[in-house]
Ligand binder design. Structure first.
Ligand code: ARG
Length: 569
């Protein structure tokens, strides 16, 4: 059903016939095919300019010679305009082939097996213990979750990893603070916030009494040495954090295959450090041990501190080897904010220097900042929007809208959740990930603009048309789908698999968001301009088939970005 490839083959055959040319081959021709800016110029255009040199003919001459030799059922007509060969697909044929292809996949249009036998590790969300989940963590969580679905959909085996931030001296301070001022009931009732409060108190008191810092360090040493009491308190802090976070993951529908975090690599760093030493990559710098990266234009990568303790980078290094060993990944993605650019460039460079070619398979999938209603998020200044609060508020607002617009809806609560959460996710995955995001309520929950509710609403509209249509016995007459609106929608449906592929190749979920939104817009245009259920049963059957294909594809598109598609709202 790859229309591009078929047209490319027609061009190749004509090239051979007209000029005896074996080059370029069909895949190269397919790459050269353009999609004209206006429908009046056809569905595909082949520019003949590049061939002019090798064939020693003018582009218009080439185009004319090719046009003469091309006629096949899928091309209603071929026209030469300047040096272009414009292809106008046979609309009826295009409608038939597209709809048959989409509907044969029953809800999996766009899926492929390009990744069969390959494994991708995705490190995302990767929360820190005893810190609250705020809106700044939304991007890593949702980009990662969406990419995981996109890779799955393309046949890859995926491993989703929450690389917990659960190691560092701050945890000694926290245990110390708990021992001094903490109460079990308070932590149980207050959750992560109670831990944060203890930590803040520790810092306040330590300003007055610097000896506290030593006590904190001593407690961390105990955690490191596996002291039973220290470890059990620390592990309890972890449980408290994960329990709080789980509520957010449940709302978002996010799951992980592994929660192996920084502490997991405590006993896995030594061999890596040993290897660095053997390969003469570790040098001393002010008492610390580092990998010199000055040749690569980067500051040194710190491996061991003066006191022999390890760092974030050391644990990431051990984690990279562990993942390669355990999952034998073909690709390993780190979905982490752009602030850690340098860290990952250093990490990959160190692995390259160690002589492992798979450093090339690792990628930092970075993204920009999130602000809220035009205000940057400043943790220190207390200007924080917690993700759970934001999500619950979104659900509340969605519920209000539903109460107003469709008070008789049956499963209001579930739909409110789908719309509210969907609105938040959509605003996160709407633009290229490197762009900064400003979250705004009026935009996110608008039923008209480019938003989740708009796309979800279109899905329910399709569902409602299908419900009304019921079972149809007539065979579809695809000639009923030759109008511009149906054709525009068909073109978008036909190209959905390409959008999924591109999103995967560039690790950009927004390409699915954008394409899915365009399908919704095209469906609505079609819906306004045409009666779908009318007197002619065969024409009705064709329009219903188009509606079904649009509904399935919108649902898939939303699924791939982590958004649910209600059937009524
Ligand atoms: N916990 C880290 C942070 O919040 C992110 C970890 C990302 N993953 C990794 N393997 N370094 O900044």
């Amino acid at each position: 059903m790859d229309m591009k490839m078929r047209i490319a083959e027609l061009v190749c055959a004509a090239l051979k016939d007209a000029f005896g040319a074996d080059e370029p081959a069909a895949p190269a021709v397919a790459d050269m095919l353009e999609i004209p800016p206006e429908p009046g110029l056809g569905d595909y255009a082949f520019p003949c300019f590049k061939l002019a040199r090798t064939l020693r003919k003018g582009p218009p001459q080439i185009a004319a010679a090719l046009a003469e030799r091309i006629s096949a059922p899928e091309t209603a007509s071929v026209q030469c305009v300047g040096g272009y060969l414009n292809f106008f697909l046979n609309r009826e044929n295009f409608a038939r082939e597209t709809l048959e292809a989409v509907l044969a996949q029953s809800g999996r249009w766009g899926a492929s097996d390009v990744g069969a036998g390959k494994t991708v590790c995705l490190d995302y969300s990767s929360i820190n213990i005893a810190k609250r989940f705020h809106i700044g963590h939304l991007s890593t969580t949702m980009i990662g979750h969406s990419l995981r679905r996109i890779y799955d959909f393309s046949g890859y085996r995926t491993v989703s990893i929450n690389h917990l931030g659960d190691w560092g001296t701050q945890f000694g301070k926290m245990v110390c603070a708990y021992k001094k001022w903490g109460r079990k009931e308070d932590v149980e009732a207050g959750g992560v916030q109670a831990l944060v409060d203890l930590y803040v108190r520790f810092h306040k008191e330590a300003e007055k009494d610097p000896a506290l810092d030593d006590e904190g360090r001593a407690w961390f040493k105990k955690i490191e040495d596996g002291d039973e009491e220290a470890l059990s308190i620390f592990n309890w802090f972890k449980d408290v954090t994960l329990k709080d976070t789980q509520r957010v993951y449940d709302l978002l529908g996010v799951t992980f295959d592994s929660y192996a975090g920084e502490s997991f690599y405590q006993d896995k760093m030594e061999p890596v450090i040993q290897e660095l030493r053997e390969k003469h990559l570790l040098v001393e710098s002010e008492g610390a041990e580092v990998v010199d990266l000055s040749e690569d234009g980067m500051p040194p990568c710190l491996i061991l501190k003066k006191d022999g303790t390890t760092l974030y980078a050391t644990r990431d290094l051990a984690a990279a080897f562990y993942r390669k060993r355990t999952y034998n990944f073909d690709k390993s993605l780190y979905i982490v904010a752009y602030q850690q650019d340098l860290h990952f460039r250093q990490l990959f460079k160190v692995i390259e220097k160690m002589g492992y070619p798979w450093y090339k398979d690792m990628e930092h999938v970075s993204f920009g900042m999130v602000s809220y209603e035009g205000q940057a998020l400043a943790t220190r200044k207390g200007n924080i929007v917690y993700l759970e609060d934001l999500l619950r508020r979104a659900v509340d607002k969605a519920r209000e809208i539903i109460e107003e617009k469709s008070p008789n809806l049956e499963n209001k609560e579930e739909v409110a959740r789908q719309i509210g959460i969907g609105a938040v996710i959509y605003s996160d995955l709407q633009n290229s990930r490197i762009k900064d995001i400003d979250f705004r309520w009026d935009r996110a929950l608008n039923f008209d603009g480019e938003t989740a509710p708009y796309v979800q609403y279109t899905h329910t509209r399709c569902c409602s048309v299908l419900r009304k249509a019921g079972e149809l016995s007539a065979a579809p007459d695809y000639a009923a789908l030759c109008d511009d609106e149906a054709q525009a929608l068909l073109r978008l449906l036909a190209r959905f698999p390409e959008a999924v592929q591109e999103a995967r190749e560039r690790n950009e979920p927004f390409m699915v968001t954008r394409h899915t939104t365009q399908i919704a817009q095209a469906y609505n245009k079609f819906y306004y301009e045409h009666r779908i259920l009318d007197d002619d049963p065969a024409a009705t059957a064709a329009r219903v088939a188009l509606t079904r294909a649009a509904r399935d594809t919108i649902k898939t598109g939303l699924y791939l970005i982590g958004i649910e598609a209600p059937e009524q709202m």
